[in-house]
Design a protein. Structure first.
Length: 65
């Protein structure tokens, strides 16, 4: 006895617990998460500042709003 499950059926079955659980729970320590994100951003900036990038390697892109 072979039961075949399609990808859509599998996706619907996996989505049911997320729907039944309701809205996502807000993180309890938003201040700590914000501080950690800012620290990570600062550390990434310091790491990138250590490398010299010639202007010729940067793409010539103009963003227009």
């Amino acid at each position: 006895m072979s039961t075949r499950v399609t990808r859509r059926e599998l996706g619907a079955a996996l989505a049911i617990p997320a729907v039944l659980s309701g809205q996502a729970v807000a993180p309890q320590n938003t201040d700590e998460e914000l501080k950690a994100a800012r620290d990570q951003f600062r550390q990434n900036g310091e790491t990138l500042a250590k490398f010299a990038i010639p202007v010729t390697t940067e793409p010539a892109v103009h963003f227009k709003a």
